[in-house]
Design a protein around this ligand. Structure first.
Ligand SMILES: Cc1ncc(C[n+]2csc(CCOP(=O)(O)OP(=O)(O)O)c2C)c(N)n1
Ligand SMILES: [Mg+2]
Length: 332
């Protein structure tokens, strides 16, 4: 059974355009999340808000390996997934501020957004709940006889949930085209993987169910994309599910209300300085002469404008009308 560690992953050849696109996408997520953090600080976003800063390479690399019509479902740390699959930053930011122009008309918030058009099935606040849903999406595609693949993203903490293993069994038994993406960012709220998991190499956990797994350097967008392409090919060929464990890191606290006292500032600083996914691509672009400093500055400027516009939209879109309280509760 193919179960191996990150070191053997081969890097693909990549064009300048592709590398620039990865840079753009990762930067969009980073700047969007920084802006969301600011709006939260200003009191414009209420409730919980879980930022994806640090983990951008995971979703950008996997989206680059996906095709039109493929599906995705994830946890509450979901803004990056929405942007990477092409959802509108204005609609996402306005949902964060609880405004009418948001994806759930301002009634869902950070953890409850969906897009039928982009095949984004949420946004789930219950840890691990999205994993069986991901298998369900894959079941539907298998039943319909198309060759779509579903991505079910979940964390290292969620990987210790019982429903994950019920799902592994059914997905493998029925050979469902689902990729289980474990975003191992080393912590589940304040609990490190070492404290919570007897077997910290989570990619091996499908073996008992006959599901191959692989660990991937989740800070390296090209390694992520290459692993994603392999997993997608496996699923599309009708060989059943695949597990990708992305070794990644979140720079910010679990949510905006977490002071992150369970780890040192040095630990975070070291990751930022030595492993940052955006800096790695920036270096590649410059040293490989794929792009000039000026071209990168132009991208930075573009992204800043998109994010500022989304914040403006999110501040000026009206709050939902009171009678909206009674709509969208049950399907018509
Ligand atoms: C069933 C359930 N139990 C507990 C919680 C509280 N909770 C929210 S996030 C979280 C940690 C999950 O960590 P992980 O799966 O590693 O994802 P990450 O936050 O690191 O992305 C917990 C325990 C919850 N939301 N749902
Ligand atoms: Mg985690």
């Amino acid at each position: 059974m193919a179960t191996k560690s990150a070191k053997s992953a081969k890097k693909p050849n990549v064009s300048s355009e592709e590398l620039m696109e990865h840079y753009r996408q990762m930067l969009l997520i980073r700047r969007f999340e920084e802006k969301a953090g600011q709006l939260y600080g200003m009191g414009l976003i209420g409730g919980f808000c879980h930022l994806y800063i640090g983990q951008e390479a995971v979703v950008v690399g996997l989206e680059a390996a996906a095709d039109e019509g493929d599906k995705r479902v994830t946890s509450y740390r979901d803004h990056g997934h929405m942007l990477a699959c092409g959802m509108d930053p204005n609609g996402v930011m306005a949902e964060l501020t609880g405004r009418e122009g948001g994806y759930s008309k301002g009634k869902g918030g950070s953890m409850h957004m969906f897009s039928k058009e982009k095949h984004f099935y949420g946004g789930h606040g219950i840890v691990g709940a999205q994993v069986p849903i991901g298998a369900g999406l894959a079941f539907a595609d298998k039943y319909l006889g198309n060759d779509r693949v579903s991505f079910a993203y979940f964390g290292d903490g969620a990987a210790n949930q019982g429903q994950v293993y019920e799902t592994f069994n059914m997905a493998s038994l029925w050979e469902l085209p689902v990729i289980f993406v474990i975003e191992n960012n080393q912590y589940a709220m304040g609990t490190s993987v070492q404290r919570a998991s007897k077997t910290p190499d989570i990619y091996t956990r499908g073996l008992g169910f006959g599901i191959p797994g692989e660990a991937v350097d989740g800070m390296d967008v090209l390694a992520v994309k290459a692993a994603g392409e392999k997993a997608v090919a496996h699923c599309r060929a009708g060989k059943g599910p695949y597990i990708l464990e992305m070794k990644t890191y979140r720079y910010r606290g679990h949510s905006m209300s977490d002071p992150a006292k369970y780890r040192t500032r040095d630990e975070v600083q070291k990751m930022r300085e030595e492993r940052d996914c955006i800096e790695q691509v920036r270096d590649m672009l410059l040293t490989g002469r794929h792009a000039s400093e000026d071209e990168l500055k132009a991208i930075d400027k573009d992204i800043k404008a998109i994010v500022n516009e989304s914040a403006e939209f999110a501040k000026t879109s009206p709050e939902p009308a009171l009678d909206e309280l009674w709509t969208d509760i049950y399907a018509d």
